[in-house]
Design a protein around this ligand. Structure first.
Ligand code: FAD
Length: 149
């Protein structure tokens, strides 16, 4: 593993400012020197394998972005640090997005679900991280079709 700086962001603005110092506003995918650290279940493996070689890792896992909320116009937002287990068991998701809940509970182990965040997998997929994903992302139309608000 290469040397890197681990920075702890106090809030979303600071996390984005830290990222912008290296990305210059570009998508993180095209700026491999900066990565956000959420649960670490994918990033740390990729760093150990020398696939990812960031010089700056911004820890966001303590940011207060762990809310699942309905939107006024329909749909739901999932905070950037919502863990897979919490999302799968959230009453709103279980009731209105059963496909998502079942999919989360069918994949991987309980340990992974307790650590991994959903936005990291859905938006970023390890190598496709974008700075916009840190804010929140929308549930899929498939779940809307399953009767979601
Ligand atoms: C054994 C094993 C089994 C797995 N099984 C599954 C499975 O069944 N289904 C599945 O979907 N995944 C699976 N994964 C993959 C992994 O668990 C998911 O990708 C997980 O959701 C990653 O979340 P994390 O919070 O740990 O991300 P991290 O490892 O912290 O980050 C992953 C990437 O996302 C970026 N990132 C994280 N948060 C943000 C953010 N808010 N904004 C921008 N970029 C961000 C990071 O910079 C990094 O590039 C598995 C992994 C392992 C090791």
């Amino acid at each position: 593993m290469k040397h890197f700086q681990l920075k702890h962001a106090a809030d979303v603005k600071q996390a984005l400012d830290m990222a912008m110092t290296q990305t210059n506003g570009a998508d993180l995918q095209s700026t491999p020197s900066t990565r956000f650290l959420a649960g670490g279940t994918t990033l740390l493996d990729l760093m150990k394998l020398d696939v990812e070689r960031p010089t700056q890792v911004i820890d966001i896992h303590r940011l207060p972005l762990d809310k699942v909320e309905t939107l006024d116009g329909g749909g739901v937002t999932i905070g950037a640090t919502v863990r897979n287990a919490d999302l799968a068991n959230h009453p709103l998701i279980k009731t209105h997005y059963p496909v998502l809940s079942q999919a989360l509970l069918s994949g991987t182990s309980a340990q992974l679900r307790n650590m991994a965040t959903r936005p990291a997998a859905t938006c970023c997929n390890g190598r496709a991280a974008s700075t916009s994903a840190i804010r929140r992302h929308h549930a899929t139309s498939a779940n809307r079709a399953a009767g979601a608000p």
